[in-house]
Ligand binder design. Structure first.
Ligand code: UDX
Length: 427
């Protein structure tokens, strides 16, 4: 099939390459000429394990190419996937649909008869119906659930495929697009447009709620001397609860969960439905960042003024270079604002972090970042930080004091090397 993918950000670029990987002819389109040039040359515009290989393999096969022309996309595709960003509106909780509306307007003019327009972006419920009224083609919705760091794997082997359609012919087209995955047994959920839109925000809200739930339990553990990691393990053995997404720490960030829960709550309120608990989920999440700052401040004697602070990890999660709404950088900049000199290390995210937070110092090595530090904060759980030698690191710091903001280091090993270790929700 001839498919176009409109928007080659994280979602679109991976989706385009993976559709080519399963045998389709794919044209990826973006208004960003530099991004299109990079992708056309096989250069990934972001760090994502496995993506460069899928990209270059499919460029070489001739099944995948990129363009800045919407007219070319409209003329080329049988099916058009909309993958543009829907960020949070500045000064509001609502989603900003400017890019989506512009992409649809650009495409609509030249659409071929019988083309299908399929939204993948995360949108407020009702968006698909609104677009359907403006597009001279059928509109379907097919939310995407990929995780950064596992984007290729999640796209090629998803947990489920969800499609919102208004006709059986649209469903048949989408079944053909995803035929190899259906043949491999991936569950297929076919529904109406509104439900498909809601599945995405409901899933992300549930995941965010799970994280904030365990982080609220961490607060109770801190007040009582309990241990949240043991608590999470114990409740997680109940299969109705499950063990995943119960890692307590400085909470969730990134380009999806924070803005999605805010936009969902905002949209529900417009519809007369209160999802006030999502506000609480957001607040708990932000409180955990403040708690990490408090623990570090206590370890440096009550004030950051004139102190050196090392921060290990800048991205919102490991195996990504994405620093959007990164809890690690929020903590680092809050400490900087209290007068400390903050040096940040990250294996992949330094360029993006420096662009977003130029006031922080950056170091090319984890150990180098810790030189002279009065406290070290571990804020993104990259594998390489688990390999750090507490003894060797102890030789270069000014004080052996550690905050583990992700509950991912073995505190007993660090304590044995003479470190004072504080973690969230732990004794
Ligand atoms: C998320 C959803 O998982 C994915 O399905 C959706 O398509 C996009 O949003 P992603 O943003 O890539 O994916 O990251 P995810 O792995 O969900 O982690 C989100 C944040 O939660 C990270 O900051 C992570 O550190 C944090 N997290 C995750 C926790 O704090 N504790 C956990 O137990 C799990």
């Amino acid at each position: 099939m001839r498919l176009t993918v409109i928007g080659t950000g994280y979602l679109g670029a991976v989706h385009a390459a993976c559709l080519a990987e399963i045998g389709h002819e794919v044209l990826g389109v973006d208004v960003d000429a530099a991004r299109i040039a990079a992708l056309s040359e096989g250069r990934a515009p972001f760090f994502e394990p496995g993506f460069p290989e899928v990209l270059t393999r499919n460029l070489a096969s001739g099944r995948l190419r990129f363009s800045t022309s919407s007219a070319e996309a409209a003329a080329f595709g049988d099916v058009h996937f909309l993958c543009v960003g829907t960020p949070q509106q500045p000064g509001s909780q609502a989603a900003d649909l400017t890019y989506l509306d512009a992409a649809v307007a650009d495409l609509a003019a030249g659409l071929r008869p019988g083309a299908l327009v399929v939204g993948k972006s995360t949108v407020p419920v009702g968006t698909a119906a609104r677009l359907a009224a403006r597009v001279p083609a059928e509109v379907a919705w097919n939310p995407e659930f990929l995780r950064e760091g596992f984007a290729v794997e999640d796209t090629l082997r998803p947990d489920r495929l969800v499609v919102g359609v208004t006709s059986s012919s649209a469903e048949a087209v989408l079944r053909e697009v995803y035929a190899p995955m259906l043949a491999a047994g991936v569950p297929w959920v076919s529904t109406d447009l509104a439900t498909a839109e809601l599945v995405k925000v409901a899933a992300n809200s549930f995941l965010a709620t799970k994280i904030s739930f365990i982080n609220a339990m961490a607060e109770v553990c801190e007040a009582t001397g309990g241990d949240v990691a043991t608590l999470a393990e114990a409740i997680g053995y109940d299969v109705r609860i499950g063990r995943q997404f119960l890692r307590a720490g400085i909470g969730f960030g990134g380009g999806c969960l924070p803005k999605d829960i805010r936009a969902f709550r905002h949209r529900a309120a417009e519809l007369g439905v209160s999802l006030g608990f999502l506000g609480e989920v957001d607040e708990i999440n932000l409180r955990r960042r403040a708690r990490a700052v408090t623990l570090a401040r206590e370890l440096v004697g009550g004030s950051f003024a004139g102190r050196n602070v090392a921060v290990l990890g800048a991205t919102f999660k490991p195996d990504s270079d994405d620093v959007r709404d990164s809890p690690a950088l929020a903590v680092a900049s809050a400490i900087r604002a209290e007068g400390a000199r903050v040096t940040v290390h990250d294996p992949q995210g330094v360029d993006n972090a420096r662009a977003a937070f130029p006031g922080l110092d950056y170091s090319p090595g984890a150990q180098k970042a810790c030189e002279g530090a009065h406290v070290v904060l571990h804020l993104t759980e990259w594998d390489e930080y688990r390999e750090l030698d507490p003894e060797a690191l102890g030789e270069v710091v000014a004080a052996r004091a550690l905050v583990d903001g992700r509950n991912a280091l073995d505190a007993s090993v660090w304590r044995a090397a003479g470190w004072t270790v504080r973690a969230l929700g732990r004794r």
